[in-house]
Write a protein that binds this ligand. Structure first.
Ligand code: AMP
Length: 176
C-alpha cells in the first residue's frame, strides 16, 4: 500500500472533541468524502486488500460502512448487504443486541441477505470498542455466512476492539 496515500488519508481525518458526548474524540471522515481524489484513495486501500480473493458479499455497517462498503462491492462486482440499526429493515430479520458505553443497541440483517456458505467481508469506517462489529459478525454467521475478514479505515487500538472480533482477522489502515 502506498504510504503517501495513507499519509494523505490520515491528514483527512478531522478530530472533533466532545462529540457526540463529552470525553469522546470523534474521528470525522467527511473531509475525506468531500474530496474526490481522497475519497477514491480511501476506496482504493480497501480494494487493494480485496482484489483477487473469493468474496461473495460485502456487509457494510450503518451508516458510514455503507459509503465505503458499497463502493468496494460495486468495483468488485459483488453484492452489498446493509447491516442496520433496529427497526430500519423492512423484511424478516435476525437481530443481535450489544452494549454501548451507556445502555444497549441492536443491529439487524435480513434473513436472506447471505446464502449459506458465502464468503463475506465486513466493512466499516472505524473500529472502536468492537461491540458493533462483533454483533455484525454474530449475525453474519447466524444466517450462514463465512466471515473471512473485517476491514476498517480507522482503528482506535487503545480500545482493543479487535479482541472482540477474534478469531475473525481484522485489517485497518489508519491506527490511533
Ligand atoms: P464500536 O462498537 O465501539 O466499535 O463503535 C463502532 C461504531 O461507532 C462505528 O460504526 C463508528 O462509526 C462509530 N464510532 C465509535 N467511536 C467513534 C469515534 N471516536 N469516531 C467516529 N466514529 C466512532
Amino acid at each position: 500500500m502506498a504510504s503517501d496515500s495513507i499519509d494523505k488519508l490520515r491528514a483527512g481525518v478531522r478530530d472533533v472533541p466532545d462529540f457526540p458526548k463529552k470525553g469522546i474524540v470523534f474521528k470525522d471522515i467527511t473531509p475525506i468524502l468531500k474530496d474526490g481524489a481522497l475519497f477514491r484513495a480511501s476506496i482504493d486501500v480497501f480494494l487493494e486488500r480485496c482484489r483477487g480473493r473469493k468474496i461473495d458479499k460485502i456487509v457494510g455497517i450503518d451508516a458510514r460502512g455503507f459509503v465505503f462498503g458499497s463502493a468496494v462491492a460495486y468495483e468488485l462486482g459483488v453484492g452489498f448487504v446493509p447491516l442496520r440499526k433496529k427497526g430500519r429493515l423492512p423484511y424478516k430479520t435476525e437481530s443481535a443486541k450489544y452494549s454501548l458505553e451507556y445502555g444497549e443497541a441492536e443491529m439487524e440483517l435480513h434473513i436472506d441477505a447471505i446464502t449459506r456458505g458465502e464468503q463475506v467481508i465486513l466493512i466499516d469506517d472505524l473500529l472502536a470498542t468492537g461491540g458493533t462489529s462483533a454483533s455484525a459478525a454474530t449475525l453474519i454467521k447466524k444466517i450462514g455466512g463465512e466471515l473471512v475478514e473485517a476491514i476498517f479505515l480507522i482503528e482506535l487500538e487503545f480500545l482493543h476492539g479487535r479482541e472482540k472480533l477474534a478469531p475473525t482477522p481484522v485489517i485497518s489502515f489508519l491506527k490511533y
